[in-house]
Write a protein that binds this ligand. Structure first.
Ligand code: UGA
Length: 478
C-alpha cells in the first residue's frame, strides 16, 4: 500500500515492486482518441515494443492513420507510422471491442473550451471512460492523459466503476502529457518527466504497471514524480499557466518598450541570463495561441472559481488580456503605418498556424489578426507553408495566396506572424521587388532586422525601438 509519504517522490523512491514489473516486457495497450496526443502516443508506444490498438470515433481519421497518413501535420509522424507498420504492433480502428484484453487503456481525447464559456468540455473524457469500462478487468489499468479540471480523475474512476463488470476493481492513474506540437515525437519518447497521479488500494501495483509501459524512457533516466490525483491534474494546468504567464510577462514588457523606447529582445536576453529566470518562453511578439495554452488558463480559472478560489487565479485573466492586446497592437500598427486607416490597405499575412512546424490553427494569433484586418476593410492575403487547408476551413472569408511571393505581391504592409524558417530566411532584396511599399512588421522578433533595413525596408518589430519610433510617445519627457 502506498503511504502518504510516497506522494511527491521521484523515481529514486520507486517501490521494489515497480522494478520487478518493469522487467516483464511489452504490453497490450489501448489508446482512446487519435488526435495529436493519441496518434503520437500510440505510434511511440508501438515503436517502443508494445502492441497497440488505437480507437477513434471518427472512421475517416482511423482509416487515414491505418493507411499511414496522419490527418494533421506533425514532423516525423508519417515516417514513424511507416517504420512501425511492418511490425504489426499498431492497429487503428473505430471498434472498442478490439481493446478487449488490453493491459493498459490510455484516455487521450481532447478537452476543448466549452461553447459559450471558459470551462473545459470534458464530454469526450467521460464518453471514452464509459466506452472502455465494459472491457476492464482487475488486472488492467486505465491511464488518463487528457488535460482535465481538478476533480475529474476521481469522477472518471467512479463513472467506470458503475459500468465495469461487477467483480472488477477499477484501477486508474492520471498521467498528464506535456508534449509540444511540432516536436511531439521527441517529447513522447524523451519526456522531461513523468507524473503519475495515483490513489487507492492498488496504487503501488498501478505504478509498477505504468513503469512497464514507460520502461524504455525510465531506463534512460527520465524522472518520475508520484502524486495524488488532484496534484497530477494541477501539474498540467499549472505548467501551461506558468508558460502562458511567462509569455505575457515579456509581452507586457514589450508594451512598455514600445512606448518608452526600449528593446524587449535585449531585455529578454539580459534577464534570461539569470538562470532563475531563463531565456526560454521569453519570445515577445503576437503571443500564444493553439489548442492548449489559451483554453487551459481559462479552464483553470473557471474551475478555481467553481471551487470558490477565483482570487488565486485572477491574474490569469490579465495574462489572457495581455495576450489578446498583442493581436490588437498589430491591427493598430498596420493602420499607423498606412496613413491612419485600414480601408483598402493591402496586407500580406505570412503565417496562419499558431506556431511553426504545425498545421494547427486553433486560436491562432495570425488568423485572428488577419480576420480583424479584413473586418476593418484591409485587403488581406494569407500564406502558410502547412496550415492552408485548416486555415481555409476555419476562416473561409479570407483570401489565400499560392506562396509567399504571391501573398506579398503589391502589398502595402507585410506581417510575419508565424516564424516559419522560409519566412525567417526570406531574401529582403528580392521581396522588396514584389511589394508596393517595403514595410514589414516582424510579429515574432524572428527576422534579421538590419538586413531588411539595409534592403530598404521600413522594419517594425514588436516591442523594439524601431517599432516604437513609428508611434506617438505617451509621455512628455522625450
Ligand atoms: C503547450 C505546452 O508547451 C506543452 O508542454 C503542452 O503539453 C501542450 O501545450 C499541451 O497542453 O498539450 P503547444 O501548444 O504545442 O504546447 O505550444 P508551445 O510551444 O507551448 O507554444 C504555445 C504558443 O506560445 C505558440 O503560439 C507560440 O508561438 C507561443 N510562444 C511560445 C510565444 O509567443 N513566445 C514564446 O517565447 C514561446
Amino acid at each position: 500500500m502506498l503511504t502518504h509519504q510516497q506522494f511527491g517522490t521521484s523515481v529514486d523512491d520507486a517501490p521494489a515492486a515497480a522494478d520487478a514489473e518493469q522487467a516483464r516486457g511489452p504490453l497490450r495497450i489501448a489508446v482512446i482518441g487519435t488526435g495529436y496526443l493519441g496518434a503520437v502516443h500510440a505510434a511511440c508506444m508501438a515503436y517502443q515494443g508494445h502492441s497497440v490498438v488505437a480507437v477513434d470515433a471518427d472512421a475517416g481519421k482511423a482509416a487515414a492513420l491505418a493507411a499511414g497518413r496522419p490527418p494533421f501535420f506533425e514532423p516525423g509522424l508519417e515516417e514513424l507510422l511507416a517504420e512501425v507498420a511492418p511490425t504489426g504492433r499498431l492497429t487503428f480502428t473505430t471498434d472498442y471491442a478490439l481493446t478487449a484484453g488490453s493491459d493498459v487503456f490510455f484516455l487521450c481525447v481532447g478537452t476543448p473550451q466549452q461553447q459559450g464559456g471558459y470551462a473545459a468540455d470534458t464530454t469526450y473524457v467521460y464518453a471514452a471512460a464509459r466506452s472502455v469500462a465494459p472491457y476492464l478487468t482487475s488486472d488492467s489499468l486505465v491511464v488518463g492523459k487528457s488535460t482535465v479540471p481538478i476533480g475529474t480523475a476521481a469522477a472518471v474512476r467512479d463513472t467506470m466503476a458503475a459500468l465495469a463488470p461487477a467483480e472488477v476493481t477499477v484501477r486508474l492513474v492520471w498521467n498528464p502529457e506535456f508534449l509540444r506540437e511540432g516536436v511531439a515525437i521527441q517529447d513522447t519518447l524523451h519526456p522531461d518527466r513523468f507524473v503519475y497521479g495515483v490513489q487507492g488500494p492498488t496504487a503501488e501495483a498501478d505504478i509498477g504497471l505504468l513503469d512497464r509501459v514507460y520502461a524504455t524512457s525510465l531506463a534512460d533516466g527520465t524522472p518520475r514524480v508520484v502524486t495524488d490525483y488532484v496534484t497530477a491534474e494541477m501539474v498540467k494546468t499549472a505548467a501551461n499557466s506558468f508558460l502562458a504567464t511567462k509569455i505575457s510577462f515579456i509581452n507586457a514588457m514589450a508594451e512598455i518598450c514600445e512606448s518608452a523606447g526600449g528593446d524587449v529582445v535585449k531585455l529578454a536576453e539580459a534577464i534570461g541570463h539569470d538562470e532563475r529566470i531563463g531565456r526560454k518562453f521569453l519570445g515577445a511578439g503576437v503571443g500564444f495561441g493553439g489548442g492548449c495554452l489559451p483554453k487551459d488558463i481559462r479552464a483553470f480559472r473557471a474551475r478555481a472559481e467553481e471551487l470558490g478560489l477565483g482570487q488565486s487565479l485572477a491574474f490569469l485573466h490579465e495574462v489572457d488580456g495581455i495576450n489578446q492586446r498583442r493581436r490588437d497592437r498589430v491591427v493598430d500598427l498596420v493602420a499607423q503605418l498606412s496613413g491612419g486607416g485600414h480601408a483598402g490597405v493591402r496586407v500580406a499575412i505570412l503565417g496562419a498556424a499558431f506556431k511553426p512546424h504545425s498545421d494547427d490553427v486553433r486560436d491562432s494569433p495570425a488568423l485572428s489578426i488577419a480576420a480583424a484586418l479584413q473586418d476593418r476593410g484591409a485587403h488581406v492575403r494569407v500564406f502558410d507553408p502547412k496550415a492552408m487547408p485548416n486555415a481555409k476551413h476555419v476562416a473561409p472569408q479570407l483570401q489565400y495566396a499560392a506562396d509567399m511571393w504571391d501573398a506579398c505581391a503589391d502589398a502595402d504592409v507585410v506581417a510575419v506572424l508565424t516564424e516559419w524558417p522560409e519566412f525567417r530566411t526570406a531574401d529582403p532584396v528580392a521581396l522588396a521587388n514584389v511589394v508596393r511599399r517595403p514595410v514589414i512588421i516582424d510579429g515574432r522578433n524572428a527576422l534579421p532586422g538590419s538586413a531588411w533595413t539595409a534592403a530598404g525596408w521600413t522594419y517594425h518589430a514588436l516591442g523594439r525601438a524601431a517599432a516604437a519610433s513609428a508611434l506617438p510617445r505617451k509621455d512628455s519627457h522625450s
